[in-house]
Design a protein around this ligand. Sequence first.
Ligand code: ADP
Length: 681
Amino acid sequence: MPNIYQQSPVNATDEGGKLFTADSAHVQQQFQFVLEDSPLAIYTCDKDGYLNFYNQSAVKLWGTMPILGKDLWCGSWKIYYPDGREMLLSECPMARTLREGRAMDNEEITIETPDHIFKRVLVSPRPIFDKENNLIGAHNTLIDISDKVLVESRQAVLSAIVESSDDAIISKDLSGTIISWNAGAQRMFGYTEQEILGKSITKLIPAARLKEEENILKQIRSGNKVDHFETIRVSKFGKDIPISITVSPVKDSYGNIIGASKIARDISEQIEAQNIIRENARNLELLNSIGKILLANLDVNTLLQQVTDATTKITGAAFGAFFYDSTNADEDAFLRYTLSGASREGFEKFKSSKEAGIFKQIFVEGKVIRIDDVTKEAPCKQLAGQDGLLPEHLRILSYLSIPVRSTAGMIIGTLIFAHPKAGVFKSEHEDMVGSIAAQAGIAIENSRLFEEVKALSSKKDEFIALASHELKTPLTTIKGYLQVISRKNQDSLSKMFVDKSLYQVQKLNTLISDLLDISKIEAGKLQFNLERFNLTIVLQEVLETFPYTNTSHEIIFDVNSEECLVLADKQRIEQVIINLLTNAIKYSPSADQVHVSIKNEGELVTVRIKDQGIGLKAEHLNKIFTRFYRAEGVGNVSGLGIGLHLTKEIVDRHNGHINVVSEYGKGSEFYFSLPRVNELS
Ligand code: ADP
């Protein structure tokens, strides 16, 4: 037992008789035990304020053990008013009760223990009187409300957080009825607390998404949390709000799920940011693809159309147009244009003088013009559709025009974009289209140059075709006369001259035929008469007749009795073999042999012609098959550079392929393959 028992207020009881009213000593003792053991802190003072009793709970509360008969009014180390000011002991509720002889109820004070623990306490001191109604002391009950205060202050903090949150914080019961609604929810959805409490949460859910709520409630009933669920809710004013919601089950003190708390965050800005990122990525992709188009395309019309399409897409315009050659002084109307997003009919009636008003600035002066609402700016009303520029339904408000200039700064054309909504075009659109326009200017110039070169080249082809045709006729006549003379008896000198002349005529004839073939290829008119034949035999025949005209080299045929069937134009394939053989001899002046072989190789038949001549450097290998190309170092070997081009065309058009392996100074091997056919196919 603590010494409290030794210090029990026997005198007070005896004197006052009010504290212990029972007669029996037994009851008195029991009563004393009750006081001692009470979970409430209880103490008493005599009329002068000296403590004469306190129980165990009071010691616990104070954190100290005051000295009975010596310490005054209160056992606390220090006491404070609820607002934090220190309270003099003489001002404590017990002191006041003794001074004023009246009871006090639930006075709130803060006490501090010697080890500086602060406790919120409710004190209720009551005076004690004797039979003659003289004040003989007072007793006091202290209730520690620190925990309650803590809970309350936590709750206050929580509700302050809930109230001040930008997020909507809502709670609902398991049937979906809203039971709490914070200021954030009001800001987000527009309903006041009064309007929405007791209503169903479905009020916020668009009809098409009602199923979501069923699923959420299902999750909640099974005790699960729904985390960062992105969806759309609708405000009081019918506006769709993209939100991210987190819904958690709310449990009662027994752990039963009784509802759900829901935190909704407006993610409009986030979605907008994502859209901007997506849009930027898309624009980058587009810019990239435009770059490629501009580099790869040499056809002006395709180029203009693709630039129009891509820039219309980038600006988000309802339609875009590219007027070009618009600075042509003789032309008053804009006749040449490409369109994107609008029909040509919509433009047919459009005829406006580019020398007037805003059109002069756009087309002649090449000004960049960006307008948010053309109807609001007097000089721009011209653009608003009155000139039959657009179909009725597409009257424009937003307008953007960007000039496309040549490298020399001349205006090639103008890109124009429009939209029926106001304020659609931003400065970034202006920048992006501006940079595309700069590239497009160069590309258009290039493609125009290319068109010019193409036109010149086709004139040249026409000339070659015509000239070779004109040459062929007199040559045929000369050849005829020479053949007649060669059949006549003549002296050996004359015969030699005639034969040499015939040989040269033959060479000239082949050259002219090749030139004619080339022009036929260019015009797509080279015809083939396909037949199935054994290429080995054709090769043998060519090789047998070849030595009569070429005596400088021995042609060694790697004899192969294999049947190598192909479906091809016999004469053209002969031409291929003769071309390759002639080259092998021509380009190996210091050698005296040419090796020829033929072989079935899987699905192909391959003919190889190998010389020990001048060979080719690696950088020439892939160019010698192009028209008129002659590798350097051919010296005084005559030629036009058309034989291999023709040869390759013939082989390619038989679905075959031709190639060369060569070592400079050592020799070359040309080989071509044709698809192999069998007897029955
Ligand atoms: P040409 O012989 O009339 O110049 P070709 O088209 O037959 O035209 O050949 C093109 C070029 O390829 C030749 O000018 C020559 O540089 C090179 N070439 C062709 N055949 C050989 C070969 N067998 N060895 C070395 N170079 C060759």
